[in-house]
Ligand binder design. Structure first.
Ligand code: COA
Length: 261
């Protein structure tokens, strides 16, 4: 597997751990790290033996404390648009990944860190984690899809409040808002909870899981008729061997053995 500078990739069985590894900078996302995330997610797409991924941060302090502010001095009107579009592209790759990607939020998820977590399919956070979109403090706005995904996840009123006040919220508040799926007490429990969720999902029919992801993402794609996507996806599932196996297993009162075909 490729060697990364700012990520550690670990295979544990059929899961790929993608660990953002710049703890001295609280795992802030510089351009190079964003490109490495692109490469790592491509591995999840391409490698058949990988069934799902867990994205987390190195250390106990930060998941990701935002985009790397030290690179902001170089941004011009033109390059800043590219900066945002490039980050959006990588984060959309995560959101559209046909295999489940879970964010295990081990500390600060600020700015681009919160945006990265929101691009994942599910989010588990340690109770001490904190969330914010503090970009207005710097005179900017979220640029990696945060204005869209935060609004999708928690609704307009709360999203506007968080983005306009730059307030930091706790993991419990984030869960109450629907920003986080589960909160655990300790760092030790974080990865086991993420793995527990992933293990449950990968036992289901992989094509059906991929279609669920596609259909839910279609809700937010203005060019797509989500109901049409659902009907198409339903029919794709029905021609799979896994559908036959799922029904047969039910009738034979045994667990299904899905092959992803
Ligand atoms: N970009 C670049 N470097 C960052 C960073 C970021 N987003 N967040 C933290 N760092 C760096 C700090 O500059 C510092 O580096 P240094 O030791 O070389 O000076 C190191 O990480 C540790 O951060 P520090 O601020 O000393 O830790 P802290 O515990 O006092 O504060 C935070 C933690 C998260 C509250 C604070 O680092 C912070 O506010 N970061 C920026 C958050 C932000 O605005 N993110 C959105 C960007 S759009």
């Amino acid at each position: 597997m490729t060697k990364f500078d700012n990520l550690s990739l670990e295979r544990r069985g059929s899961f790929l751990y993608i660990i953002i590894n710049r703890p001295s900078k609280l795992n802030a996302l510089n351009h190079h790290t964003v490109e490495e995330i692109r490469e790592a997610i491509q591995v999840v797409y391409d490698e058949n033996s990988i069934k799902g991924a867990i994205l987390t941060g190195a250390g106990e302090k930060a998941f990701v404390a935002g985009a790397d502010i030290s690179e902001f001095t170089e941004l011009s009107e033109v390059s800043s648009r590219k900066f945002a579009e490039n980050g959006q592209e990588v984060f959309s790759m995560i959101e559209n990944c046909p295999k489940p990607v879970i964010a295990a939020i081990n500390g600060f998820a600020l700015g681009g860190g919160c945006e990265l977590a929101m691009a994942c399919h599910l989010r588990v956070a340690v109770r001490s984690a904190q969330f914010a979109q503090p970009e207005v403090n710097l005179g900017i706005i979220p640029g990696y899809g945060g204005t869209q995904r935060l609004t999708q996840l928690i609704g307009k009123g709360k999203a506007l409040e968080l983005m306009m006040t730059a307030d930091r919220i706790s993991a419990d508040e984030a869960r109450q808002l629907g920003l986080v799926n589960h909160v655990v007490e300790s760092h030790d429990e974080l990865l086991s909870k993420a793995e527990e969720l992933l293990s449950k999902i990968v036992l289901k029919a992989p094509i059906a899981i991929e279609m669920v992801i596609n259909c839910v993402n279609a809700v937010y794609n203005k060019e797509e008729d989500g109901f049409q996507t659902e009907a198409n996806s339903f029919s794709i599932c029905c021609k799979s061997d896994d559908f036959k196996e799922g029904v047969k297993a039910f009738l034979e009162k045994r667990p299904a053995r899905f092959q992803g075909k």
